[in-house]
Design a protein around this ligand. Structure first.
Ligand code: ARG
Length: 458
């Protein structure tokens, strides 16, 4: 088959060479964006009198036919035509005749592919932001049920201080909120039109880049034609934002996995989001959470892959840049798979409040309360820390907890201690007394919950 760019060639490549260079097996995902870009380009060419009204109308109707066929799955792509751009141009010429060849006037595949990628990412990032919002909704719903559920808070994975479980869950709401913000802010750089940059230097045709950009709904045009076709920083930025989002999900997944273990027993995953073992009949495995944690690695890989691909490229377009696509598609696919799964998992999990309360009443996570109690009665905090530490040590030796200490022993450690210490040391009291802004006190968690709901528009 003769190539659309075949004029200066005397020999054609063998099929296996063509196959190596082709991107059609993955860039066909851009079919609708490519058609949209072509439509905008042709309308602009018509309006600028670069194409006659007749040719413009003919090409536009051909593009519409191709879109119908694409939606019906009736386009038979060929490797010989390399990529989505050449495949569609060839289909157009087959559809409406040689006039179809006018579509590429004043355009190059270099600005064309960059335009497609901007369009594609713009749509997908909106969908991802929406999916993050849904996931946050499930977190908020669970958090609302558990404002007053007390659980040990951890540092170094050692019990640290008692907290509200709702407060713990809302942590992920805020992380995801920043992820959403980052994606939203990145839109400014995605929402730009490279179209009209041509191969790299612009074009001699009197085109109107603004007009084409407006047809595509872009808010701005790249001011430099070389920059427009040379960079893929908007994709790197997306992959970076996606990596951060996956990192947050992976940490949450790790906690889901820990909490659903027999060692913690803090939650039970719904049967519909868990899996069994082919050999051990008793097993209920948190596979979905593990997979999300695992898939984080490939998203990071996609980010590093593209950064590495770009790092040594001279200006302007280089074929290396064709490698920008699979990692981006894969990342979009991974996010759009992981987010609803996580949402469902959180929405349907059962929180074992009994195990949580049991955990928090058989540990020393209330030790800070005793130190704070002494400090509030005038003892320097460092000294209070020491007195408390010694009492903790006594308890450990005897195999009980601070609340089991008789008052006279506590008084012997410090005469500042009175009978009200028993109330102070109760985990529930410890939590609710943390009324500082953003703290775990029930009132504060309720304020936070309201802020979260306001942000979700609920
Ligand atoms: N398939 C190519 C890509 O994805 C399209 C641009 C090709 N441009 C070129 N001059 N060969 O990057």
């Amino acid at each position: 088959m003769t190539k659309l760019w075949g004029g200066r060639f005397q020999k054609s490549a063998e099929q296996w060479v063509d196959e190596f260079g082709a991107s059609i097996h993955f860039d066909q995902k851009l079919v609708l964006e490519d058609l949209e870009g072509s439509r905008a380009h042709v309308k602009m060419l018509g309006a600028c009198k670069i194409l006659s009204d007749e040719d413009t109308a003919l090409i536009l109707s051909g593009l519409d036919t191709l879109e119908d066929k694409a939606l019906a799955g009736d386009l038979e792509y060929s490797t010989a035509n390399e990529d989505i751009h050449l495949n569609l141009e060839k289909f157009l010429i087959d559809e409406i005749g040689p006039v179809g060849g006018k579509l590429h006037t004043g355009r190059s595949r270099n600005d064309q592919v960059a335009t497609d990628m901007h369009l594609y990412l713009k749509n997908r990032v909106h969908e991802i932001i929406e999916a993050v919002g849904q996931f946050q909704g499930a977190i908020v719903e669970q958090a609302e049920q558990h404002v007053e559920t007390i659980v040990p808070g951890y540092t170094h994975l050692q019990r640290a201080q008692p907290i509200s479980f709702g407060h713990h869950l809302l942590t992920y709401f805020w992380m995801l909120q920043r992820d959403k913000d980052r994606l939203t802010e990145s839109m400014k750089r995605i929402d730009m039109s490279p179209l009209g940059a041509g191969a790299m230097s612009g074009t001699t045709f009197p085109i109107d880049r603004e007009m084409a950009a407006q047809h595509l709904g872009f808010s701005a045009v790249y001011p430099n034609s070389i920059d427009a076709v040379s960079d893929r920083d908007f994709i790197v930025e997306f992959l970076s934002n996606a990596s951060m989002l996956m990192m947050h999900m992976s940490r949450f997944a790790e906690e889901i996995i820990l909490w659903s273990s027999e060692e913690f027993r803090f939650i039970e995953l719904d049967d519909t989001f868990a899996t069994g073992s082919s050999i051990m009949p008793q097993k209920k495995n948190p596979d979905m959470a593990e997979l999300i944690r695992g898939k984080t690695g490939r998203v990071y890989g996609n980010l590093f892959g593209l950064l590495t691909t770009l790092k040594g490229l001279p200006l302007a377009y280089n074929k290396d840049m064709q490698e920008d696509k699979e990692g981006m598609f894969d990342t979009v696919h991974t996010l759009m798979g992981s987010l609803p799964i996580f949402e469902g998992m959180v929405r349907t999990m059962t929180v074992r409040t009994d195990s949580m309360e049991k955990a928090v009443s058989s540990d020393f996570s209330n030790a800070t309360e005793l130190a704070d109690y002494l400090a509030s009665k005038g003892m320097p905090f460092r000294e209070a820390h020491d007195v408390t530490g010694k009492l903790v040590f006594t308890c450990i030796q005897r195999g009980h907890y601070l609340l089991d200490l008789p008052l006279d022993e506590m008084k012997a450690a410090s005469p500042l201690i009175d009978g009200d210490i028993y109330e102070t040391l109760k985990p529930r009291t410890a939590v609710d007394r943390r009324k500082s802004y953003g703290g775990t006190g029930f009132g504060q968690v309720k304020i936070q919950l309201q802020q979260a709901k306001d942000l979700l528009g609920r």
